[in-house]
Design a protein around this ligand. Structure first.
Ligand code: NAD
Length: 443
């Protein structure tokens, strides 16, 4: 690693680079926020600007239109994206998100986070992300399938087991991954399970993948508790989001006998000082046609708003919903001592600064929610070898990687006297820059 502050300073004044940066960043607010953290870390590390500059830009982006014949016979056109931020350390890897408000800036940012996450947990992948602007709650299963298949066909030039491997994210699931795998395979003329991860077990999914992100968060919580000397049996938890990730975390914590006092989802939140019955709540959500918390009734629970959940009197807060939830205003009122970021980008830079000033320990997303991509990697490895591992083996591998990554980040933050987020970014950046330097710049 080149330690050259002057090199960074000189190149930062380069006019061409500055102009390119300005127009690019004006349109990309969330990407700009991600870069501000990255730039700070690059400066603190003293990396050479020339080594770092290419990593500030996504490698490749594709916007597609997706015409679909709806159930009523009319044609609707949806917009989709696939962004590959970096393939420096290996094939690109990242989830696909379905949401009505998703945009290219969000997808770019999430693609970059995948680059740093894969580098941090040291798996041989780069970062990517995909999305379709749609509201799955308003679509029939048939319409959802058609959107998924056409989207897959449209991004076909970018994806593939050696190029870019999609996975589930917000509002997508194993069924959607199955449709992607089937569509990709139809174009190849043979079955390619390793083209997608997060698939159903029956067609090459990995045991333990469904719970992997939540399980990784649990390992992270255990690590931070051990390091800070916290007795989790006496701790209280609040979880924002009760989807694939939030619900799994809640169930795993509940199985450990821990007290979850507040949870919510897009339909609203509930609170119970003595602890919620997560098994009962999960049954309700599974059986509720909307798969939401709404309509849940139990003794002693009260309704809370999203703001009340995020600022509730708990020891550990786990945002597991969407980005930009812990803003400056929310951060001022946060009472939790520890925040474990299960969602991607749940804390804004302004919110993060306030939390740091207040002494709240924030375990960053690229560390705490990396369990999903770790087991996606294991699924891909199993598919490539046509093997099926026992769940015990998958979980043991996941645990080893999560514990080692936490340890690495913790030691670096102590050594550099910085935050866990900056230490995580520094480690990821160092590994990615090293790989780029070894490969060299083509041509
Ligand atoms: P999901 O669609 O299964 O669940 C999202 C949950 O958040 C739902 O319960 C939804 O109702 C809730 N929600 C949305 N907006 C909300 C709001 N404003 N207030 C409260 N709740 C709200 O998605 P997921 O896969 O659980 O992903 C959640 C987060 O975790 C995302 O940031 C995602 O990028 C991240 N993540 C997911 C994985 C994975 O393997 N699925 C891996 C790493 C990170």
């Amino acid at each position: 690693m080149t330690l050259d502050n002057s090199c960074y300073g000189n190149a930062a004044e380069d006019q061409q680079g500055q102009n390119y940066d300005r127009s690019f960043l004006e349109e990309n607010h969330s990407y700009r926020d991600m870069l501000s953290t990255l730039d700070t870390c690059a400066k603190k590390m003293g990396v050479c600007w020339d080594d770092y500059l290419p990593l500030r830009y996504p490698e490749r982006e594709l916007t597609v239109s997706i015409p679909v014949e709806m159930d009523d016979g009319h044609i609707k056109v949806f917009v989709g994206y696939r962004v590959q931020h970096s393939s420096v350390r290996g094939p690109c890897k990242g989830g696909i998100r379905y949401a009505p408000d998703v945009n290219l800036d969000e997808v770019r940012t999430l693609a970059a986070l995948m680059t740093w996450k894969c580098a941090l947990v040291n798996i041989p992948y780069g970062g990517a992300k995909g999305a379709v602007q749609c509201d799955p709650g308003k679509l029939s299963s048939r319409e959802l399938m058609k959107i998924t298949r056409r989207y897959t066909a449209m991004i076909l030039p970018l994806i593939g087991p050696e190029k870019d491997i999609p996975a589930p994210d917000v509002n997508t699931n194993s069924q959607i991954m199955a449709w992607i795998m089937d569509t990709y395979s139809a174009f190849q003329g043979f079955t390619v399970p390793e083209a997608v991860t997060g698939k159903p077990i029956e067609i090459g999914g990995s045991l333990g993948r469904e719970e992997a992100t939540g399980r990784g968060v649990l390992f992270t919580i255990n690590q931070i508790a051990r390091t800070k000397g916290i007795d989790l049996k006496k701790a209280s938890f609040a979880i924002q989001g009760f989807g694939k990730v939030g619900r799994t975390i809640a169930q795993l914590l509940y199985q450990e006998g821990y007290r979850i006092v507040a949870v919510n989802d897009i339909s609203g939140g509930i609170y119970k000082e003595e602890g919620l019955d997560i098994a009962d709540l999960s049954n309700h959500v599974r059986e509720n046609p909307s798969h939401l918390i709404e309509g849940y009734k139990a003794e002693g629970i009260s309704s809370i708003t999203n703001q009340e959940l995020l600022t509730s009197e708990v020891d550990i807060l786990i945002p597991a919903a969407r980005e930009n939830q812990i803003t400056e205003d929310i951060a001022k009122d946060v009472k939790a001592k520890i925040i474990v970021e299960a969602a991607n980008g749940p804390t804004t830079p302004e919110g993060d600064q306030i939390l740091n000033e207040k002494g709240v320990v924030v375990v960053p997303d690229i560390l705490s929610n990396a369990g999903g991509v770790v087991v996606s990697y294991l699924e891909w490895v199993q598919n490539l070898q046509a093997l099926m591992w026992e769940e015990r083996k998958v979980n043991a591998f996941l645990r080893k990687i999560m514990e080692k990554s936490f340890q690495d980040v913790w030691e670096l933050q102590e050594q550099k006297k910085t935050t866990l987020r900056e230490a995580a970014y520094m480690l990821a950046l160092e590994r990615t820059i090293k790989a780029r330097k070894i490969r060299g710049t083509f041509p």
